[in-house]
Design a binder for this molecule. Sequence first.
Ligand code: ATP
Ligand code: MG
Length: 334
Amino acid sequence: MTRQKRILSGITPSGNSLHIGNYFGAIKPQIELQNTDYETYYFIADLHALTTVKDSQTLRTNIMGIVLDYLALGLDPEKCVFFRQSEVMAHSQLAVVLGNYTSYGQMQRMHAFKDKLAKDASVESINMGLFNYPILMAADILLYKPYGVPVGEDQRQHIELTRDIAENFNKFYNQAIFPLPEPLISQKVGKIVGTDGQRKMSKSLGNTIGIFDDEAVIRKQIMSSYTDPNRLKATDPGKVEGNPVFMYHDLINDNPDEVTDLKLRYLGGRVGDVEVKEKLFQAHQRLFEPLRQRREILASDLGKVTEILTTGAAKASLMADKTVSEVYKIIGIA
Ligand code: ATP
Ligand code: MG
C-alpha cells in the first residue's frame, strides 16, 4: 500500500463563527498545507452538526457562516478541494458499512460521549447521531485515504479510533484497503486555552475570542479574559507564564517588541491588565481586519460561494465514490 500525499480535515458548523483556537490550532496549519505538494481536501461537516443543531434556519446560517470564515481566512478553492460533507453521498454510505467493524465497547470509550454523559444527559436520552459521530468521522477520513489529518488535540481520540477501524477492516479482509491516517497535531497550538483560563477554548463553552464577530463582542471577550488571579492592582508583580492573555499575545501580536515590553512590565508591576488587553485587541484588529473585508466581499456574492462548494463536491465525489465501490466489492455487495 503506497502512502498517499493527501491531507484531509473538516470542521463542524455547530456555531456560526470560528474562534482563534480553531484558527491557530487547525485552520492556519491546514491553509499552510495547501502550499505544499500535498493534495488537500477540506470540508464542512454539516451532517455532524445535527448532533446539536436541530433548528433548520440556524443550521443554514451556521453552514454559510463557517464557509465564509474558512474562505476569508485563506482557504483557496483553486489549491484545495473544498466541499460540504452532505453533498458527497459516499460519506453516509461508508459510515453505514464501517459501523459493522466497530464495537460498542470502542464507542463507549469516546470522550465526546462520556463528556456529554457526565455533563447533562442520561444514556437513554443521548441521540444515536452523537454516539455514532466517530464512525461517520472515520468514514469522512478513510474515503480519501489521506496521509494525515491536521486537527486540534481534542480530535486525537477520533483519529485513533479511525485507525483502529481501518486496521480492523484491513485485517478482516486481509487486504490493505485503508492506509492508517496520521494525526497532525501541533504540540504548541493544538490546545489553546479559553478565556476562562481553565478549559480548552470551545464554541460550546462560550470561552472564546472570535475572529469575525463584531468589534464590540471581540473587545468584550478580550477584556473579560482571565489573567493572573493573584494580582489585585497594576503595581503588583504579575505572572506571565500560563497567563492566557500573554499566550494570545504570542499568537496574535505581530509586534514582538511590544509583547516583550508588556511582559517585562507585567512581571515588574508596571502595567495594568487593561493596557495589556487593549494592546491585544489592537493586535487582533491588525491581523483580522483585512480578512474581515475579504469576508464581506465573499458574502456579497453567495452564488459564487455555492458554486465553489458544488465544484468541490464533484471533485471529492470522484475520489470518495471510488473508495465506496472498492469497499462494496470487497464486502460482497458489488
Ligand atoms: P465545539 O465546542 O462545538 O466542539 P470547538 O470550538 O471545539 O467546537 P470544533 O468545530 O470542534 O471547535 O473544532 C474545529 C477544529 O478546531 C478541530 O480541528 C479542533 O481540533 C480545532 N480546535 C477546536 N478548539 C481548539 C482549541 N482550543 N485549540 C486548538 N485547536 C482547537
Ligand atoms: Mg470540538
